[in-house]
Design a binder for this molecule. Structure first.
Ligand code: NAG
Ligand code: NAG
Ligand code: NAG
Length: 355
């Protein structure tokens, strides 16, 4: 009897060990299966491409569209079975909206401009608007500043402790524009490595996502490079030290932090909560990766031939006590094997995950 209990206990332990070694990313005592559990929050029409996502303090999601026009959407109650969708506004003077970031409690800044598939970003079309949910239930956009010399604004972030300072990645010029939302002042905060110089009237997307955290400004690089050993495609995440106002810190240099086995890196976020994990959208690679501070990574959702998180453009964690571990992923539209599906928002449950 006892021996059989010992034997079955031993086999249970062996089984658990086997399971744990298969599930190398499980938290102690918690079996987390990969891919992580996920569900569609809301599916949109075939021509809708979401470019960026932010969360209001009440938990509602804000989304910008790249196509079919420059709109700001809100998804109310994203954790409910049937969330409500509101389109707050469409800016007619530009074709696309890009970054969205909170600059004061429930006040957001939204960047927009025009992008042409063959000639790239349209110089002179870019600007930053405010959407003030603190004052208006359905805010109308208010122009903060034009950024006349920008070519293609993409990711946006605020400077920690100075949220009135918005930093905007220029994907073509590879500079970081800074806009003070209180004064409308525009300048260049950081000049990033140029690599191949920008050629006017071409589509050039290098710097993509942008996030300031602690003393560093992080950005994803959309450029596809080649792994020297395997010849496989890869793309990289970088960071540079910044001052408390978001400028390059004295003597700071760009540091490459990690590569992922993908053809281009899109926007990303940190979390959940204070966790030092990065969650990376990969656009046409149709996948989401999680990466720790040592550069160890795991594929947590999607596959190249799957619609699950296809054309993931950006992601962010929920802000309420119910969805603090939920990673919300925004996507563009995708065609796979002749089938086209529009942009959507997917919720990935990261509870128990660690690397
Ligand atoms: C923008 O696109 C959305 C989605 O197709 C559509 O519902 C809306 O009418 C468009 N708005 C304008 C002003 O064109
Ligand atoms: C993009 O630019 C080209 C060249 O100027 C123009 O012919 C084309 O109509 C533009 N495309 C769009 C969608 O505006
Ligand atoms: C992006 O990657 C390319 C290829 O490695 C490199 O030449 C360029 O300097 C990088 N630029 C930025 C802004 O990270």
């Amino acid at each position: 009897m006892l021996t059989s209990i010992v034997r079955s206990f031993t086999s249970l332990v062996l089984l658990l060990l086997a399971v744990l070694s298969l599930e190398a990313h499980a938290a102690p005592g918690v079996a987390v299966h990969l891919p992580l559990p996920n569900r569609i929050v809301k599916q949109f029409a075939e021509d809708v491409w979401f470019e960026n996502i932010a969360v209001r303090s009440n938990g509602n999601l804000l989304l910008t569209t790249l196509t079919p026009n420059a709109s700001l959407y809100e998804i109310q109650n994203p954790s409910s079975k049937s969330p409500t969708v509101v389109r707050h506004f469409t800016i007619d003077s530009v074709r696309c909206l890009f970054g969205v970031v909170e600059t004061a409690p429930d006040v957001f800044a939204v960047s927009g401009g025009s992008f042409n598939d063959t000639t790239g970003g349209v110089k002179g079309s870019f600007a930053l608007w405010a959407a003030d949910f603190a004052k208006e239930k359905s805010p109308k956009p208010k122009l903060i500043a034009k950024i006349p010399d920008a070519i293609l604004l993409n990711g946006a972030t605020t400077v920690p402790n100075h949220r009135n300072l918005v930093l905007l990645a220029d994907s073509s010029l590879n500079v970081v524009w800074r806009v003070d939302v209180n004064t409308g002042k525009v300048d260049v905060a950081v000049t990033l490595p140029q690599g191949v110089p920008y050629v006017p009237n071409t589509v050039s997307i290098v710097t993509n996502g942008l996030h300031a955290r602690n003393d560093y400004l992080w950005w994803s690089n959309y450029t596809q490079t080649t792994n020297p050993k395997t010849g496989a495609p890869e793309a990289a995440m970088y960071r540079i030290k910044i001052t408390d106002k978001g400028s390059t810190a004295a003597h700071a240099k760009a540091e490459k932090r990690f590569n992922l086995p993908i053809t281009g890196m899109d926007d990303f976020t940190f979390g959940p909560g204070k966790k030092d994990l990065q969650w990376v959208a990969t656009n046409t690679n149709n996948q989401i990766f999680a990466v720790n501070s040592k550069g160890k990574y795991a594929l947590v959702a999607g596959a190249t031939d799957s619609f699950t998180v296809a054309t993931s453009t950006s992601c962010t964690f929920g802000r309420t006590k119910h969805d603090g571990n939920i990673l919300y992923v925004a996507t563009g539209y995708t065609t796979l094997n002749g089938v086209t599906r529009g942009g959507k928002v997917v919720a990935i449950d990261t509870t128990g995950f660690c690397l």
